[in-house]
Write a protein that binds this ligand. Structure first.
Ligand SMILES: C[C@@H]1N[C@@H](C#Cc2ccccc2)[C@H](O)[C@@H]1O
Length: 438
């Protein structure tokens, strides 16, 4: 393998308590909010077909007009504790908030730029009250930070000239200053979710990024940073030039999910997911498919079954309100989670054969295996094929103690249970208790 000064500094998963806590979250909430919520994907009567938070890059959006929108930012309905309560009811264990997206607008009062909330009609810190509200609900806070910053004069996507390089040095210093400022202001932050690190200019910054990660972890020991921050000595991201994961978890699953455990390379990972096909910031005209709560619950369960976390995105509008569709989904997911959270929290992968009826999750505390059933077979029979001999103790419906299932062993380590003629009104959790000592 290649000798790398700035590649992966650890092989395998982090095993410390902060990372164990992260690993056991299961469900998270993403919040994308900024001045892009003001146009909400529309400008001059035309609708932007891309992701609303990218509207500044649209040819139909004059840059000058966009760069003055902050003068209208005044979210009169912004209610951090209401947001935190909604997330709590949904069952989120952590929340990731956009402190600064690609447009460079800062939702906190930054010493290092005037392009922040203090220079808007709203005039106050957005991030601080949100951190306090989520901390108060016991939901861990993570900060999203876009390295790419279309507003900063020193930002470059490519370093083609000496002028580029000297300007980029000022941009690197600015980036470092803002990150240390965020950790100073919000010391309960558990981790950072980086974005906008795909530029060639950033890919040349292996040493700078490595040193900055070290410095950030000096400020907040154990800070959790995903694979989307650092480039290695050869400009590779997520995985270094030896194929080893850089960072504490893989951030490659944006709007998509791994299919098999092998796809995860046995790493920690998160999937960040939009409710419509591809809108993170508020878009007033959602087009195409809007996911149902059952679709989202299946993605959540599939993520946990493959040792990942599922982070569902919400995009508050210009006033700070959550749209009806998002509120409804948060409620529906929360209703399912309130009855089935033991199949999500503190759960992960077990290497039993995947079946068509749904997914297994194993509770890392109790060892119990959860069968999360999404598809009832036509013959009402659920097949279980374990990966080694187990001594079955009890198989029962998590939400109906009277429903005990009597397994029939049909071959070595292969059982069937009869679901009976009950219809599945929602994803059903069946718990398998077995004696681990035998
Ligand atoms: C978490 C998500 N990452 C951002 C992006 C992107 C992107 C940009 C170009 C091509 C593919 C993906 C989105 O704006 C959102 O913040």
């Amino acid at each position: 393998s290649l000798a790398l000064a700035h590649g992966a500094h650890r092989l395998g998963k982090r095993t410390d308590p902060m990372m164990e806590r992260w690993r056991n979250y299961g469900l998270g909430q993403f919040i994308h909010w900024g001045v892009y919520a003001i146009p909400g994907g529309q400008w001059n009567g035309a609708s932007y077909g891309g992701a609303a938070e990218w509207i500044r890059s649209w040819k139909g959006m004059p840059k000058e007009a966009y760069d003055n929108l902050y003068k209208e930012f005044d979210p009169e309905n912004y209610d951090p504790s209401a947001l935190a309560k909604q997330a709590k009811e949904m069952g989120a264990k952590y929340m990731i908030i956009t402190t600064k997206h690609h447009d460079g607008f800062c939702l906190w009062p930054s010493e290092y730029t005037d392009y922040d909330v203090t220079n808007t009609p709203y005039g106050k810190d957005i991030i601080g009250p949100l951190v306090e509200a989520y901390d108060a609900e016991g939901i861990d806070v993570y900060l999203y930070f876009s390295v790419m910053d279309w507003n900063h004069p020193g930002y470059r996507s490519v370093l083609a000239t000496e002028e580029d390089r000297s300007a980029y040095e000022s941009f690197k210093e600015f980036t470092r200053n803002q990150l240390l400022e965020l950790l100073e202001r919000y010391p309960t932050t558990k981790g950072l979710w980086f974005d906008g690190t795909w530029d060639e200019a950033w890919k040349e910054q292996a040493e700078f990024a490595d040193n900055l990660a070290t410095e950030m972890r000096k400020k907040i020991p154990g800070l959790i940073i995903g694979s989307r921050f650092r480039p290695d000595d050869y400009g590779n991201r997520h995985f270094d030039s030896n194929g080893d994961l850089m960072g504490d978890y893989e951030q490659g699953w944006e709007r998509k999910l791994p299919e098999t455990y092998e796809d995860t390379n046995g790493n920690d990972w998160d999937c960040v997911m939009t409710i419509p096909e591809n809108q993170w910031g508020y878009h007033s005209d959602w087009r195409g498919h809007v996911k149902t709560s059952y679709e989202l619950i299946e993605m959540l369960v599939k993520s946990v079954s493959l040792d990942g976390n599922f982070v569902l995105n919400f995009g508050p509008d210009a006033k700070g309100d959550i749209r009806m569709e998002e509120k409804k989904l948060a409620t529906e997911i929360g209703q399912w989670m309130s009855k089935n959270k033991s199949a999500i929290y503190n759960c992960g992968h077990i290497d039993w054969e995947k079946q068509d009826w749904g997914y297994y999750t194993q509770n890392r505390v109790t060892g119990e295996v959860n069968m999360v059933v999404f598809n009832k077979p036509i013959n009402s029979v659920l097949r279980i094929k374990t990966s080694s001999k187990i001594s079955l103790q009890k198989i029962y419906d998590l939400n109906d103690a009277t429903k005990i299932y009597d397994p029939e062993e049909i071959s070595q380590d292969e059982y069937i249970i009869q679901l009976g003629d009950e219809e599945l009104a929602e994803p059903k959790v069946i718990v398998i208790k077995y004696d681990h000592s035998k």
